[in-house]
Design a protein around this ligand. Sequence first.
Ligand SMILES: C[S@@+](CC[C@H](N)C(=O)[O-])C[C@H]1O[C@@H](n2cnc3c(N)ncnc32)[C@H](O)[C@@H]1O
Length: 424
Amino acid sequence: MTQRPEVPEEAIATRWIDDNVAPLNGVRESVRAALAEIVAGAPERAAGVVERADDLPSDLRADIVEGLRGLQLPSAAAEFLGDQMRSLGVALNPDVIECYRAAFYLSRDWESYVANPLFSRFNSNKGYQAFDKWIHYLDVYYRTLQPYVGRPIRVLEIGVYHGGGLDQLRYLLGDAATLVGADINEEARAVCADRFEVEIGDQRDEGFLGDLVRKHGPFDVIIDDGGHTMSQQITAIEYLFGTLNDGGVYIVEDTHTSYWESFADQDVTFMQWVKERLDDLNGYHWVQGTELPAWTRMVTGIHAYDSIVVLDKGRHLPPFCEVVGTGSSLVYDRVSEQLLLNYRGAAAAAEVRLAQGLLEADDVRAAAHSGIEDARASQAEAETRREAAETQREAAEQQLSDVLNSKTWRLARRMQGLKPRRSR
Ligand SMILES: C[S@@+](CC[C@H](N)C(=O)[O-])C[C@H]1O[C@@H](n2cnc3c(N)ncnc32)[C@H](O)[C@@H]1O
């Protein structure tokens, strides 16, 4: 294992405090004190705190006091206080967030997370490494990634920071998964050096993305938790989505930046881009003859949650239906399907027999062929023998003729009173 290199801890810690802790200091004293009373189970005392508050507009104060006096449940009181603070105009100001956080934990909503191992791990981590997640993301991650647990998949996380997200993925997915990070900041590689491979580059750079896929992909899961600007989110997904393995998912975190001015580095927001993909997903139902975008064929699902979007990658064919559960399936269709199965079985068996017959016919033909060859060879041998015998016979006749025509023979015949025999 590589030694973890020196990291400028101060820089990291300062930035984390700036991002995560400092805003909480902005919670109004009155809201903090009112929440403390609500958590203690006394919404009416919270009303008294707000009544005396000098850091809230007076008309709002009156509305809050009246509302809190009518609410018994601490969770409902905290939610009400959050709604009132929201009316001041800033959606995610710390006054509002703290009220809703209290509302969540004062109700039994948190119980729905108990069985989620990501939540229990997250909550049990009191001193390992700074890790900041919106709680409901843990639910989205768990339900999205469960099918991949224990499998040898390849995962890319864009935006690594201290590696808390990769740690969480390792915990959930297990050791069979290959986890790779990508970050624009060299520091991320240094912090993760003993745990994960991290490539350094900009998620808007297609050359960098191509290298990532060639070196570590193709991926089954890609998570974009990088810079969160519109061009960063859109460039990365437009390049990477098509490279995902079928059956894979592409997750984009913090998509609420689509509604924040400071992340609008181009005209089209990421959520507008997602809405176009929703239309593409239904492309097979557009007017016939309309040319379909590639997205129609490769996006099989889009799951949009608050601030996090999941797109499923796969082979998306036009939909088709089957009819089941009708009376006909119980009577006629079932019988005919059984017959069909029988016929199919008989046809398959006949095909096997035919194939065997053809093989046997081949054997017989081969045997006959070799018989013919043998007979031809025997015939040729007999012919050779016959020719040799003919030659011998001719030689013998010649010898006889020579003898009969010889003077000696004729003389001998005459001496015997015999007429010489004419030779042939
Ligand atoms: C929210 S943090 C990531 C947190 C991490 N995923 C986790 O769960 O702990 C965002 C990271 O994105 C990186 N980043 C910002 N802009 C980027 C870009 N254009 N390309 C790649 N990474 C970028 C930052 O350096 C930072 O480390």
